[in-house]
Design a protein. Sequence first.
Length: 174
Amino acid sequence: MDPAHLSPESCSNASTSLVLRTSTCTPEAAAAALQLDPGLERLDLTTREVDATCLVSPGTLAKNEGATAEDLHVALISGQVNASLRVCADVTGNILTPCSQPHRVEFVGDWLDTKAGFSDRCVEMASSYTGRDMDAPGDLKVVVLRRQAGAQPQEACSVMSDSSRMSSVFHIGG
């Protein structure tokens, strides 16, 4: 399909995608094209390439929560990301949910191969993500989640709340 023949549709339609110019058509590249930090902000995105054009849509979790390409367009224009596009989880980090649903864990970045010093780096990442000093007492704690991905152990940085939340802690401040 020739990109010139992609028919424009309303971004609020559940089946539409946002067209982005990226060097590679991956969720990480899409997040970067949205001027977000894929190293900090874990979003539920789906990408597909059609004739060198990258089509980006909300992922399954986000779509089930009502997110559309319009939410991606708003993020591109304003930098404001709808909580339904952010990935959160239950206390174990195993049951994923959009951050617009009740949750206690919010991912800061993605799963990475285990490396020495990750816990210290996670505190820095979480402080940057939340906009608050994560070493100070409060209702948010830095938690390093661990899993085995094949033969390679992996870790993910996350922020855990003392109580259930219905929104993101991104740049919550305090």
